[in-house]
Design a protein around this ligand. Structure first.
Ligand code: C2E
Ligand code: SIN
Ligand code: SIN
Ligand code: SIN
Ligand code: FE
Length: 391
């Protein structure tokens, strides 16, 4: 049997398969799949559709020629999210419905008896000429079709458009079925992460009788910490993790008596000692988990009241020995406490809040984290306004 699939190509396919298993973020994953499939087939452009009920959602559009023409910034303009029905009338719909790959040298000259037609709308709008096109269904091992990978205009060495080679169909099919599994996993992960966050917020609501505004407080903390972590350049995965872990920073307050937690006035030194135990209580509640999120929550519960100069609690650790997540939650937490009413204090005016944060930079707060906080102040204040306590 003749095959023109080179060893290099097989190696690349295997490497791509391994890389696929390490990407959990769905958007990133879909872009990667299209990018790799285009690399394998030397395709000028590529798109990806994901099955959503009886529709296909158009989610990725990469096009080298148009990107060169309009510039990377304007590239987004090419792309509008739209859905088409899973039906025999479109090429992608047909591939999704039947599970068959479709390979045509020129979609402007489809066989006259074909049930599908090519929609020239995109070409007209962007001044593009789609010629050769390969549509491959993304079929999971259980036979479920997750989406359709669409590759456009295979280019030869001179940049001339040529048909997709038949040999390539099997290669792209192999990639597409690996991609199908990765997409299913990423969707499952996303659903689990949403369920997790929802559970945390529901628990907080259940605990709310102790502490009126806790639920909204922890939702804001989740948002603030994501903004700061992202802007500090932490990897996307860590940004997501901190957004899920930070809402649990004060779970240990469940172990503090109501008489202290809800006291309208200032705490006595003895009450203060009890209150400060919420960090170690939280650490205990969250300890020993296999879950990455819970391990991060444990660290945050323990360290969110440590201070940059070492004068915080429970351990008095300082500077870079305080985990970065604890340093990020520290400023987010104090900003939120100062700008919101508490049972023991009114909400402070914004200029006073910012003056305190500025004054405590380098004393309480990591100067780098503080800088990023102030650099994103508009967005942080917007969240504060949008997610205010009611009544
Ligand atoms: P919290 O209300 O969420 O406050 C978190 C942190 O925000 C505080 O940590 C403190 O660093 C900062 N913060 C809050 N209010 C002020 C303020 O008026 N001025 C300044 N400069 N900073 C403020 P801290 O002090 O370790 O307190 C931890 C938790 O203990 C507080 O969480 C709150 O639940 C409780 N707490 C602290 N002080 C009192 C109090 O006087 N009365 C009562 N009932 N609870 C208190
Ligand atoms: C993600 O990076 O999208 C999710 C993080 C995880 O899998 O825990
Ligand atoms: C939670 O139960 O996760 C939150 C409770 C709190 O922060 O007091
Ligand atoms: C609140 O009073 O809004 C909750 C305080 C906290 O949980 O840190
Ligand atoms: Fe706390």
């Amino acid at each position: 049997m003749k095959t023109r699939i080179s060893k290099a190509m097989a190696t690349r396919l295997i490497e791509t398969g391994i890389a696929l298993t390490s990407i959990n973020n769905l958007d990133e994953l879909l872009e990667f799949i299209v990018h790799e499939a285009r690399g394998l087939t030397k395709a000028d452009a590529g798109s990806l559709y994901i099955v959503n009920g009886s529709n296909l959602d158009f989610l990725v559009c990469q096009n080298d020629t148009l990107t060169r023409k309009v510039g990377a910034d304007a590239e987004r303009g090419l792309f509008t999210v739209y859905s088409i029905p899973v039906s025999k009338q479109s090429l992608a719909g047909y591939a999704a419905l039947t599970g068959e790959a479709l390979n045509f040298p020129d979609v402007y000259n489809l066989p006259p008896d074909a049930p599908f037609s090519f929609n020239k709308e995109f070409d007209r709008r962007n001044g593009y000429r789609t010629m050769s096109m390969l549509n491959v269904p993304m079929k999971a091992p259980d036979g479920a079709i997750v989406g359709v990978l669409q590759l456009i205009n295979s280019l030869d060495h001179n940049g001339e458009i040529m048909p997709f080679e038949d040999d390539m169909v099997a290669v792209v099919q192999a990639l597409a079925s690996q991609a199908a599994v990765a997409v299913k996993n990423a969707k499952l992960t996303a659903a689990l992460m949403d369920a997790h966050l929802d559970t945390i917020f529901r628990l907080a609501v259940a605990a709310e009788y102790r502490d009126q505004d806790t639920a909204r407080h922890i939702q804001r903390i989740s948002e603030y910490t994501k903004i700061i972590a992202k802007s500090m350049g932490l990897p996307g995965r860590d940004v997501i993790l901190i957004g899920h872990a930070s809402p649990m920073h004060d779970v240990g307050k469940l172990g503090v008596p109501d008489s202290i937690l809800l006291k309208p006035g200032k705490l006595t030194p003895e009450e203060r000692v009890e209150m400060e135990k919420h960090t170690v209580f939280g650490g205990k509640i969250l300890a020993g988990s296999e879950s990455e999120i819970l391990r991060l929550s444990e660290s945050i519960a323990l360290t969110h009241h440590e201070k940059w100069d070492g004068s915080g609690y429970p351990y008095g650790i300082k500077g870079g020995s305080i985990p970065i997540a604890g340093r990020i939650v520290a400023i987010a937490d104090v900003f939120d406490a100062l700008s919101s009413p508490r049972c023991y204090k009114p909400a402070f005016p914004m200029d006073k809040v910012l003056a305190i944060l500025e004054h405590d930079t380098g004393i309480h707060f990591d100067p780098d984290v503080s800088k990023v906080f102030f650099g994103n102040l508009d967005e942080i204040q917007e969240i504060h306004r949008r997610m205010k306590e009611s009544g």
